[in-house]
Design a protein around this ligand. Structure first.
Ligand code: ARG
Length: 479
């Protein structure tokens, strides 16, 4: 995780006029001494939560407008606050804003600056609200936007997979189990397996978004507020699909972040498995594909090396996202209702999961369309390893040999071919009949070819080229 700088500064609570200076604590009233400098730095979150500034300001604007509408603020006050918040946002975006650790977090930095800009009216913004419902609102808004960006990346990657698979409905390769050549399959079919996984990931993401998109604001500290707020008005202004039903739940639970990290972890596990294949396939031993030079790096000592760093890193980065999920789960598990400061620790793992998933999808999106497929090598590999043995057994079964006997016959046939250093296809009819008797005739030749094998698996979800073409069409429609 990125290193966090704890930056210690001095605290001022009051100046000689008795008025609070710009970086005094907004909650300082009941305190008799300044915050310990270490504690101030230890409890501050501004160094990492300032990235919520846009969501924080959007939430505050919706809140202030609603307070104006229901009459808790005058129209003039509400307008002054909204305009002030827009100025603060402009300052942040221009780089002129000065973030202060002494003001603890993004919320109090912005509110404090608002008051400096517009005067005492700024102090009315926090009416009927707490940082507890404020921060929960900010993270949900932030995560919702991040989910929409990730959804777009996933959709683009799904499209890139279809495009890579499309010319390869007929390309034959070995399918593997235990990383041993098992049965011939088509390359398009193999790629569509990754399509299915990623497409389920996108479904999970969309489902998760529904539970993220719920408004906590109005829960205030934990119990709601004494002011006549209109939460549905705020939800509509911020595009939330619904309003949290229970104020205690709204300010305290972070299951939506855990759920997102779960979705991100599953996605990264899928990308990691996929990348493991890309690493294997681009090795000299497999030689199934070529990765573009611009996605590889060299060795500082071995001049011949071209290393698949990008898929290796995606594989490696799955670890940190799984770690983020563990952090969030562990952070939540011991917390009694309602808000506890533990929850401040939700942000770094959540941001890390968002950033890492975004980066990994972006990397894959660059890599996938540039993969060069070596169809001849794929075919050559399928010819090794007796991959049509099951076809021979199925042939015998169609000729009334019970499957277990057929299995035994083909096993002995393969043993014979291995000892002779020959392929099944190259055995003469007479040689085959030594094991299978007259259940085998000349029609067996077709069954032992790679094309015969893949074409024979011709039902929904199987590897025959005709099925792959149909699956590609359905895949396009599902995008
Ligand atoms: N920075 C805090 C967080 O991220 C904001 C909420 C603080 N609330 C409180 N009661 N101290 O959770």
């Amino acid at each position: 995780m990125r290193a966090r700088q704890i930056c210690v500064s001095t605290i001022m609570t009051q100046d000689s006029s008795g008025r609070a200076p710009a970086d005094s604590k907004l909650w300082g009233g009941r305190f008799g001494e300044a915050t310990d400098a270490f504690v101030e730095a230890f409890t501050a979150s501004v160094n990492f939560d300032k990235r919520l500034y846009r969501q924080d300001i959007a939430g505050s604007i919706a809140h202030a407008r609603m307070l104006g509408r229901v009459g808790v603020l005058t129209e003039a006050e509400s307008t002054a606050i909204v305009e002030g918040l827009e100025r603060v946002r402009a300052e942040i975006e221009s780089g002129a804003f000065e973030w202060r650790v002494s003001l603890e977090d993004v919320h109090m930095n912005i509110e404090s600056r608002l008051t400096t800009l517009i005067g005492d009216t700024g102090k009315k913004l926090h009416t009927g609200r707490s940082r507890n419902d404020q921060v929960a609102t900010d993270i949900r808004l932030y995560l919702r936007d991040a989910i929409d960006g990730i959804d777009r990346l996933m959709t683009d990657l799904l499209r890139a997979l279809i495009e890579l698979a499309e010319p390869h409905a007929n390309t034959i390769m070995p399918g593997f189990t235990h990383l041993q050549a098992a049965q011939p399959i088509t390359f398009g079919h193999h790629l569509l397996a990754w399509f299915e996984m990623l497409q389920r990931d996108r479904d999970r993401l969309r489902d998760c978004r529904k539970r993220v998109n719920v408004l906590p604001l109005g829960a205030a500290a934990l119990a709601g507020t004494t002011f006549p707020i209109d939460r549905h008005d705020v939800a509509a202004a911020l595009g939330f699909g619904s309003v949290a039903e229970n104020s205690l739940d709204a300010v305290s639970d972070r299951d939506f972040a855990i759920e997102f990290a779960g979705v991100a972890s599953i996605t990264l596990v899928h990308l990691s498995r996929w990348c493991e294949e890309l690493v294997l396939w681009s090795s000299q031993q497999f030689g199934f594909i070529d990765l573009p030079d611009r996605f590889c790096t060299g060795s500082s000592i071995m001049p011949q090396k071209k290393n698949p760093d990008v898929p290796e890193l995606v594989r490696g980065k799955s670890g940190r996202v799984i770690g983020d999920l563990m952090s969030l789960l562990t952070l939540m598990k011991g917390q009694p209702l309602a808000y506890n400061k533990d929850n401040q620790e939700d942000k770094e793992p959540l941001f890390d999961a968002i950033d890492t998933l975004t980066d990994c999808l972006t990397a894959m999106l660059g890599l996938v369309p540039a993969i060069e497929v070596r169809a001849a090598t794929l075919r050559e590999a399928a010819l090794q390893g007796y991959t049509t043995a099951t076809d021979l057994a199925d042939y015998l079964v169609r000729r009334n040999v019970p499957f277990r006997d057929a299995h035994e016959i083909v096993g002995r046939t393969v043993g014979y071919a291995v000892a002779a250093g020959r392929s099944l296809e190259s055995l003469s009819l007479r040689e085959l009949q030594q094991f299978g008797g007259d259940a085998i005739d000349a029609s067996v030749a077709e069954v032992l070819t790679l094309e015969g094998s893949v074409n024979a698996r011709n039902h929904f979800g199987a590897t025959a080229p005709a099925q792959v073409r149909a699956a590609l069409e359905r895949a396009r429609a599902r995008l």
